[in-house]
Design a protein around this ligand. Structure first.
Ligand code: DON
Length: 315
């Protein structure tokens, strides 16, 4: 039988299945490379792999290196976006679009053609724009950002990795170019170095698969944090974030991801991927080696297998 024809298996022992998937992924032939354009990320042990599933009814399943911290990188773009949407309302969408870019996450070409308006908020240019919103609209934007994550994860120990932060700042010339280009079009309010400092800070947050999965369950629950019943964002914003993650969260592999997995998702060059299953929960997979698009090679495998087996696609 074709794998795509295997019927969903709702009675799966999820804990045992997560463990089996991590073992299966770790046994795959070596493939993918560590991100090395941020030198500190290339120092990570490449053979780690973790998987966590946090459900909206409060269960947590995890396996492998799911309690090992890693650099969340672009997964941080979700937290920034939610904060900026809450703060700015619909006027945000005058400054950033909501279309897939079809380009690598750090491409700069499109940004000039499109007059300094980023294609979407989860490519680098869009996230730098979001960082500008936070810097310009919070008196202490770094504290607000890390505080938001700590509250969502229910963990005050979540930290920003200073070594990663400094490495990003030293090697972030392309991001700086995008910041200055947007400023030249009048689409950045604050001073560019301050905006970049915020953006790099956000990328340098260190979290585990378990913490990431737990912290994002509000996106699977119409904006409401399931354990506290706190409204993190209006239902409409949860819908919109999930829509953007569906079309753009896996960069120029988003089409293939929708085709094979079918969930709103976001990756980062630290090797993390989160996938939102509305009405069910959040999956987080992590393994540091990346494919040509900058998405975790083993992370993609684990999420695809889990989703297919449980029939979790939203389509
Ligand atoms: O700005 C950068 O390039 C990195 N801090 C984040 C990029 C990233 O994670 C893209 N993800 N796949």
């Amino acid at each position: 039988m074709d794998r795509a024809q295997v019927p969903p298996q709702p009675d799966t022992d999820l804990q045992a299945f997560c463990e089996a998937l991590v073992a299966e992924a770790k046994a795959l032939p070596d493939s993918g490379k560590l991100a090395n354009y941020i030198p500190v990320l290339a120092e990570v042990n490449p053979y780690q792999a973790g998987l966590a599933v946090a459900t909206i009814d409060g269960q947590l399943f995890s396996a492998g290196d799911a309690r090992t911290g890693f650099s969340i990188q672009s997964v941080s773009k979700i937290f920034g976006l939610v904060l900026a949407m809450n703060r700015l309302g619909d006027s945000l969408w005058k400054r950033v679009n909501m279309e897939p870019s079809g380009m690598p996450f750090n491409s700069i070409m499109q940004l000039e053609w499109e007059h300094g308006i980023p294609r979407n908020p989860v490519i680098n240019a869009g996230a730098i724009l979001v960082a500008d919103v936070l810097v310009s609209h919070y008196s202490s934007s770094k504290t607000a950002f890390i505080g938001f994550i700590r509250q969502l994860a229910g963990n005050e120990d979540i930290f920003v990795d200073d070594k990663v932060f400094r490495s990003e700042k030293l090697h972030g010339n392309r991001n700086a170019a995008m910041g200055y280009l947007m400023k030249s079009f009048g689409n950045i309010e604050a001073e560019v170095p301050k905006v970049l400092d915020q953006y790099f800070y956000q990328c340098s947050v260190n979290m585990t698969c378990e913490q990431l999965a737990r912290s994002l369950t509000f996106l699977a629950n119409k904006g409401v944090q399931p354990n506290t019943e706190r409204v993190i964002c209006p239902r409409r914003n949860a819908h919109r974030v999930n829509a953007i993650l569906s079309t753009s969260g896996m960069y120029n592999q988003s089409g293939e991801f929708a085709f094979t997995v079918g969930l709103p998702a976001k990756s980062g060059v630290g090797g993390g991927i989160v996938a939102v299953v509305p009405g069910f929960g959040v999956i987080c997979a992590w393994s540091p080696r990346l494919n040509e698009y900058g998405n975790s090679y083993l992370g993609m495998h684990m999420i695809a297998r889990l989703t297919e087996h449980l029939g979790l696609s939203v389509y």
